[in-house]
Design a protein. Structure first.
Lengths: 113, 114
């Protein structure tokens, strides 16, 4: 079946450090891939997405590349800020952005000043 | 634009009871999806409604049912509550055609079953 595996947290970084959160997926066909972010006390927000192999999604300094050969969609940011502290979820959908989303378990990121 | 709204914010029920959660989609959206997020886990898809009909369903028992109204708002009903139903219930809306190709999530309803 379809599934998403992402690295366990929590991840604690100092401000301006480099961030990588690993995400791999299992799916039939060609799913769309997403990163969502959940700030404390708020709902999930779409951070970025990619709909086909080799696409790079980017937003707010975060980026992720859809790698079909390694079935991966790792999230990266060159310099994190305290305001990036949140829980990050990798997700896939076989039916585009409006189809049902399959999420990973989430990775909590804490950034210290 | 109010975005996706959900009510109530928190709810406490006892085992065996029934609960109804409500969701109003973002303006211009006609499709509503419901997700269950257990503590420390990622959200799991329950079902999706469009044109007042259930279009897709995840791996949840029949105790979970829903409804969509002509104004696109939606309800999630859970019967015969179990302790394991304690979770954050998220509603997401999207336009089936046109508009941003994205699901927008509400803040959720925290359900506690005692």
């Amino acid at each position: 079946g379809n599934s998403v595996t992402q690295m366990e947290g929590p991840v604690t970084l100092s401000e301006e450090a480099f961030l990588t959160i690993n995400c791999t997926y299992t799916a039939t066909g060609y799913p769309s891939l997403f990163w969502y972010v959940q700030y404390p006390g708020e709902g999930l927000q779409l951070l970025l997405k990619a709909t086909k192999a080799d696409d790079k999604g980017s937003n707010k300094g975060f980026e992720a590349t859809y790698r079909k050969e390694t079935t991966s969609f790792h999230l990266e940011k060159g310099s994190v800020q305290v305001s990036d502290s949140a829980v990050y979820f990798c997700a896939l959908s076989r039916w585009g952005s409006q189809g049902n989303l399959i999420f990973g378990k989430g990775t909590k990121l804490s950034v210290k000043p | 634009d109010a975005g996706v709204t959900q009510s109530p914010t928190h709810l406490i029920k006892t085992r065996g009871q029934q609960v109804t959660l409500r969701c109003s989609p973002k303006s211009g959206h006609d499709t509503v999806s419901w997700y269950q997020q257990a503590l420390g886990q990622g959200p799991q898809f329950i079902f999706q409604y469009y044109e007042e009909e259930e279009r897709q369903r995840g791996n949840f028992p029949d105790r979970f049912s829903g409804h969509q109204f002509p104004n696109y708002s939606s309800e999630l009903n859970v019967n015969a509550l179990l302790l394991g139903d304690s979770a954050l219930y998220l509603c997401a809306s999207s336009p089936l055609v046109g508009g941003p190709n994205e699901q927008f999530f509400g803040p959720g309803t925290r359900l506690t079953v005692l």
